[in-house]
Design a protein around this ligand. Structure first.
Ligand SMILES: NC(=O)C1=CN([C@@H]2O[C@H](COP(=O)(O)OP(=O)(O)OC[C@H]3O[C@@H](n4cnc5c(N)ncnc54)[C@H](O)[C@@H]3O)[C@@H](O)[C@H]2O)C=CC1
Ligand SMILES: CC(=O)C(=O)O
Ligand SMILES: [Mg+2]
Length: 558
């Protein structure tokens, strides 16, 4: 392929277990053929161990990513069953942080078509291009990126496809969506990153990004064509640059079944972790939720999405909008955002402070000393921005500060868990966008949380699909968040976790999905009337039954 010239392509259709079955039939008829192609004492159990062994023998994350990618092509059933059973080990390879390396190097490690590229040159015939997708009738969920802001790594152009693939792997493993139902899409619209334009191996179209007007025309045609070609599809927008993330969400959400993961998914997941963190901090301080003071370091699509989600929840608790807004401060690259700042971008205006009158506050320690936040949330892409001085300032005002460095991948995290732990003597209530290892002190284990939208989007998607929702409403997102917050087991609560453990993801996705279905029903956007008349327990069991099992016979309707 060139991904560009041949726009659409192709999910792996080879399933080694099917091949094995065929070979077994062949072996009965002609044993000598079988003995040549497969070891006579082949054992699936030993092969699983062998595969994990091969994976673990690779020296670095990117090698592991390439290995797993090859495994998915060779034996999809084995790939997903290993992923499902080894989430804490494999998710950091297929998703953040290693998927960031895979994206940055994608043109160099590319081996085969594995998603759908729609190019700017396809404008005027996007419907035709989408129709080349091999599994049209099965398609249920698409993750669509334009590669313009992949994690915190910037404009990676057509190299962004692995982020769509990684998110969909989480849908499959985490919510039991069938692989055939997923459509990873990268819109190949050019890139403004010169390094890629100069790279002879670059996989995308070699041109700068289009003007806003041209991009808007493209997106309108794209969304219309998507609905015609894939009538049952839910679209998850992923990693669009800030302005476009907000603009296309606002433009399309009332018309199409879609949501923006970075704005809404992140809002939901961080609200959930924050609620559990606020409960833990209240045990030390007695401070009620309504007195939390939240400082956002980074006010882009994710920071603003989270701030709006918190605001909406405070209002749900009965606070007035004015009172709730007063609990939130935002900071961008120019410092504390105040309403008197000239040329403030539209999305920053809502939380701009009107109650600060001094000279611009640009230093984070000064800002903390002024705001006295109980929670510091990083969505800035600024590696190590939460220095020892910053953490000392947080400790000066809090017995147990909430510190969430949420930027991805790890190389852009505002603070590492080790540092946060040491500098607070283990008092920090911590969650990060990318995973960190637990710390053991005096035989006690301290587990960092992972505040990543991966906890919610699989359940949001599953709930939207099962309820046949025509739209994704704010209440569906909010209820997903509340369901996640209340999904901690007694043991997880006792261990001081703010998010559940990842190996329970299917149970969590089922609970989130239940909450999303009920919210869709309450908003009258559902089209699955039978689900309205069953109890929550029955519905939960039904949701779990619908989940695709790796290696299982394909009976799911997803
Ligand atoms: N944990 C999670 O689930 C998610 C994490 N993210 C991460 O959040 C980060 C930001 O993503 P977006 O909001 O979409 O990006 P963005 O580009 O829209 O926003 C970045 C923000 O950081 C601010 N910033 C940049 N340099 C700064 C500095 N020196 N001091 C203070 N603020 C500074 C910018 O002014 C801007 O407001 C990325 O690393 C992304 O991977 C995004 C979505 C989900
Ligand atoms: C997690 C995610 O969606 C991001 O970092 O963009
Ligand atoms: Mg994202």
């Amino acid at each position: 392929m060139t991904a560009v010239a041949s726009p659409a392509l192709a999910v792996p259709t080879h399933d080694f277990s099917d091949m094995q079955a065929q070979l077994n039939v062949a072996a009965k008829a002609a044993p000598r053929i079988f003995s040549r192609v497969s070891p006579p004492h082949f054992s699936q159990t030993i092969h699983r161990a062998r595969t994990l062994n091969q994976l673990r023998s690779k020296n670095n994350g990117l090698e592991k990513y390439i290995y797993l990618n090859g495994l998915k092509e060779r034996d999809q059933g084995l790939f997903y069953s290993l992923l499902y059973e080894n989430m804490p080990e494999m998710v950091p390879i297929l998703y953040t942080p290693t998927v960031g390396d895979a994206c940055q190097n994608y043109s160099h490690i590319w081996r085969r078509p594995e998603g759908l590229y729609v190019s700017i040159g396809d404008k005027g015939r996007i419907r035709e291009v989408l129709s080349t997708w091999p599994n049209l009738r099965d398609a249920r969920i698409a993750v669509v990126t334009d590669g313009s802001r992949i994690l915190g790594l910037g404009d990676l152009g057509a190299n962004g496809l692995p982020i769509s693939i990684g998110k969909l792997d989480l849908y499959i493993a985490g919510a039991g969506i069938r692989p055939l139902s997923t459509v990873p899409i990268c819109l190949d619209l050019g890139t403004n990153t010169q390094k890629y334009l100069d790279d002879p191996l670059y996989i995308g179209v070699r041109r700068p990004r289009p003007s806003t007007e041209e991009m808007d025309e493209f997106m309108e045609e794209f969304m219309e064509a998507m609905t015609e070609v894939f009538p049952n599809l839910l679209v998850q927008f992923e990693d669009f640059s800030t302005d476009n993330a907000f603009r296309y969400l606002a433009k399309f959400r009332a018309q199409y079944k879609c949501f923006n993961d970075d704005v809404q998914g992140t809002g939901a997941v961080v609200l959930s972790g924050f609620l559990n963190a606020a409960r833990l901090s209240a045990q030390a301080s007695g401070r009620p939720l309504s007195e939390q003071r939240i400082l956002f370091f980074g006010a882009g699509s994710a920071g603003t999405g989270v701030a709006k989600q918190l605001l909406s929840f405070f209002k749900f608790l009965g606070m007035s909008e004015a009172d709730a807004t007063k609990q939130i401060w935002t900071v961008d690259s120019k410092g504390l955002i105040t309403a008197d700042r000239k040329g403030l971008q539209e999305h920053k205006k809502f939380f701009a402070r009107t109650d600060y009158e001094g000279p611009p506050l640009t230093n984070l320690v000064d800002i903390i000393n002024y705001v006295k936040p109980t929670a510091l949330l990083g969505l800035s892409t600024m590696r190590n921005a939460f220095s020892k001085e910053v953490i000392d300032a947080m400790m000066a005002h809090n017995e147990r500060p909430i510190v969430f460095p949420l930027s991805n991948p790890v190389s852009l995290s505002e603070i590492d868990y080790d540092d946060a732990f040491e500098w607070t003597n283990g008092k920090v209530i911590f969650a990060s966008g990318s995973p960190y290892r637990a710390i053991t002190r005096d035989s006690k284990t301290f587990e960092p949380g992972q505040g990543n939208n991966m906890y919610v989007f699989p359940g949001i998607g599953l709930g939207a699909l099962l309820s046949k929702a025509s739209r994704v409403t704010d209440t569906m997102i909010e209820q997903a968040s509340v369901a996640l917050a209340s999904s901690l087991t007694k043991e997880e609560t006792a261990a001081g976790l703010v998010y559940p453990r990842l190996d329970r993801i299917r149970d969590i996705s089922a609970r989130i999905s239940l909450a999303v279905i009920r919210a869709a029903q309450n908003a009258n956007v559902d089209n699955s009337p039978a689900l309205r008349h069953v109890t929550d327990n029955t519905l939960l069991a039904y949701i779990k039954e619908q989940m695709w099992q790796p290696h299982a016979t394909e009976t799911s309707n997803m």
